[in-house]
Write a protein of this length. Sequence first.
Length: 94
Amino acid sequence: MSKRSIERKLAKGSKRLQALRDDLVAIDEQLRSLRDDADDTAIRAMVADNTAADREARQAREHAAAHERQRERVAAEIAELEQRQDELLDELMS
């Protein structure tokens, strides 16, 4: 692969990594809020002891879990891109 091609791929990968890292920060903030909401609704459900409150608590937990899965996907993509960037840098230096 040519040096120029590698440099283009590195630049493109760097932009994508920055975007993913920004996304991860936003997801982490949302996740903290969703977990707090899920905890609050769980406590309200225990106190209320009715099916509507239980359903609301379950939905809040599921929403937080969905965000957790999204966070895991973004973190995995970041790790893959970092690995690819390392490989490209090694290729560029050889």
